[in-house]
Design a protein around this ligand. Structure first.
Ligand code: ASP
Length: 310
């Protein structure tokens, strides 16, 4: 397959072959990460700018590490210490950064559509590192990658995603990555956080967590996105935890070899009990490790690589 995309704005229009292509490229990148010297010259002379308007631990660090493993120059921009605080617009900020000729701009923004908007005004490649409640494509791809590593396949698996479905950009990307590869997706949360129209994607919606996790092969727990909630969607965190927190008793309903995932940050003791977050079946840190390989693959492909780097 030939990679033709200039941007990665979301997975909604990714064809299954493209998703597989990224996964294959990420496998080669993962091999690089097992070497003593974890660096290849593939992006030497290229510049990647991380433009983050929202907090991030994993995504920003792993895009930075991914760029550095590929020998790119990586520049990190944080809105809180920039001229955004003096009233500069997103477009002016981005245009000024583009004047310094980066090859790839990785952007996280609280407004859905911000990366799409910039892609219409800038000539460098844009990667969406999470836009509002819209999409988080690299997370969707790394979730797929992690499940493929754990289970060897995704097609036919029952995967439950539990939590704040309404405000989750992770779900919206997982629906494309996991759904397109043939997973049976179950979305679960309180009625108020479960948009009915998501049933159109083919996913099964339920407010009964027991139904969602029963015989599941993988369970992805989500954080309540309080920063995106302007009103109360459930009576209290304690009540939410009682009904939707994953604990040992609920997990015992899943398949014996089921894996637990979470995009992070975890609110321990709310959506996930402490012991499950750290148990043998947790793949949460594998997701983080996969994130570097998947983001290396995306940067590599966008910078013009057409197959795995050596
Ligand atoms: N880190 C993920 C995101 O940026 C999930 C979360 O924040 O809960 O969407």
């Amino acid at each position: 397959m030939e990679w033709r995309r200039r941007h990665v704005l979301g997975l909604s229009d990714f064809r299954p072959e493209e998703i597989e292509f990224v996964v294959d490229t990420a496998r080669s990148m993962e091999e690089v990460l097992t070497r003593d010297i974890k660096k290849v010259p593939a992006l030497r002379g290229k510049t990647v700018v991380n433009l983050f308007f929202e907090a991030s631990t994993r995504t920003r660090t792993s895009f930075e590490m991914a760029g550095k493993r590929l020998s790119a120059d990586v520049v990190n921009f944080s809105s809180s210490t920039s001229s955004i605080t003096k009233g500069e617009t997103l477009l002016d900020t981005a245009r000024n950064i583009e004047a310094m000729t980066p090859n790839i701009l990785v952007i996280r923004h609280y407004a859905s559509g911000a990366p799409h908007f910039l892609s219409r005004h800038l000539s460098c490649s844009i990667v969406n590192a999470g836009d509002g409640a819209n999409e988080h494509p690299s997370q969707g791809l790394l979730d797929l990658y992690t499940i493929l590593k754990a289970k060897g396949k995704v097609a036919g698996l029952k995967i439950a995603i539990v939590g704040d479905i309404l405000h989750s950009r992770v779900v919206r990307s997982d629906l494309h990555s996991l759904g397109r590869m043939g997973a049976r997706l179950w979305l679960c949360g309180p009625e108020t956080l479960l948009p009915r129209e998501m049933a159109r994607t083919g996913a099964t919606l339920t407010s009964d967590i027991r139904e969602a996790v029963r015989d599941a092969d993988a369970i992805i727990m989500l954080r309540i996105q309080l920063e995106r909630q302007k009103t109360s969607f459930f009576p209290s965190i304690r009540e939410y935890c009682r009904r939707y927190g994953l604990n040992r008793a609920l997990f015992s309903l899943a398949k014996d070899d089921a894996v637990i995932m979470h995009p992070g940050p975890i609110n321990r003791g709310v959506e996930l009990s402490d012991d499950l977050a750290d148990c043998d079946q947790s793949r949460i840190l594998d997701q983080v490790a996969s994130g570097v390989a998947v983001r290396m693959a995306l940067l590599y492909l966008l910078a013009g690589g057409s197959h795995a780097a050596h």
